[in-house]
Design a protein around this ligand. Sequence first.
Ligand SMILES: Nc1ncnc2c1ncn2[C@@H]1O[C@H](COP(=O)(O)OP(=O)(O)OP(=O)(O)O)[C@@H](O)[C@H]1O
Ligand SMILES: [Mg+2]
Length: 327
Amino acid sequence: MSSGEKYLLEVQGLTKRFPVRGGILGRELTAVKAVNDVSFGIKKGETLGLVGESGCGKTTLGRCILRLIEPTAGKILYNGEDVIQFDKNQMRRIRRKMQIIFQDPYASLNPRMTVGSILSEPMNIHQLFLEKNERKKRLYELLDCVHLPKDVLNKYPHEFSGGQRQRICIARALAVEPEFIVCDEPVSALDVSVQAQVVNLLMDLQKELGLTYLFIAHDLKVVEYISSRVAVMYLGHTVELASSSELYGASKHPYTKALFSAIPKPDPINKQERIILQGDLPSPMNPPNGCHFHPRCWLKSDLCLKDYPNVTKQSHSHEFRCFHPTA
Ligand SMILES: Nc1ncnc2c1ncn2[C@@H]1O[C@H](COP(=O)(O)OP(=O)(O)OP(=O)(O)O)[C@@H](O)[C@H]1O
Ligand SMILES: [Mg+2]
């Protein structure tokens, strides 16, 4: 999937299973296959979008990359080094480089801490900007980055709106001077009017600071706007990966087609018909045989019921997993 290119972050065959235990001995009865053999790379300064239905494994993938949860198998190469092999000290060093912003800015800030202490905490953990004046300067710098006034340092999270809280979360992520940030649906919980401001802020910061993002989202328009490439996930697998323009204009996987047909198009002449998918997302505990998408696919053949399709490379920047790609 990632032949020879130089990536800041590269994921190879990443897999995460959550064991489901039962009985009096607590034996493993089955497992939720949340992430299944996922591979991709992200270049420095790039944004890779990650989309897919609720429960398809996006958050699990993001958390595995940061080792907030341990992957079951696979490699996570950061600048060519496998993060999974890192010991505690090496992990502490790399954690500074890799940060995460969560969906819910209400839940992710401690209500008993002032903004000053929230922003200071990661710097204390990583022993950065410890001298008093240096710390103060850094806190002002961070507030400036996210366009918040200096007087917020002594305030508490409940005194802010959703958009402002998400700015505080962004400032907290930036505090340790990261290179790579997993943005896990950072605008989904915000009002539409505020979403654009936060997305634009993330894009400006990316340019200024040379940041690299994995941007997880439900809103396909937001993903198209912010991402250079997009990966589409279905039941733990990435089923298609392409540049934004290729994916939005010439997707190959029927699932991607269905997903994108739901976006309203401004052009009344070239109107695309909306594809309504039948059925629900199957359980990742018991995925269908063959291609996991086949029970909902209108193009399926006998082959799809038996085998999981390998990766087909459409071009240098476009790949998919499907036996019957759409035109
Ligand atoms: N700690 C856990 N233990 C068991 N199963 C889990 C755990 N965390 C996630 N899962 C399961 O893994 C699958 C993927 O979940 P995940 O949260 O990664 O999906 P998602 O794509 O982020 O969904 P959403 O769009 O709703 O945020 C789901 O079936 C979920 O129930
Ligand atoms: Mg999620």
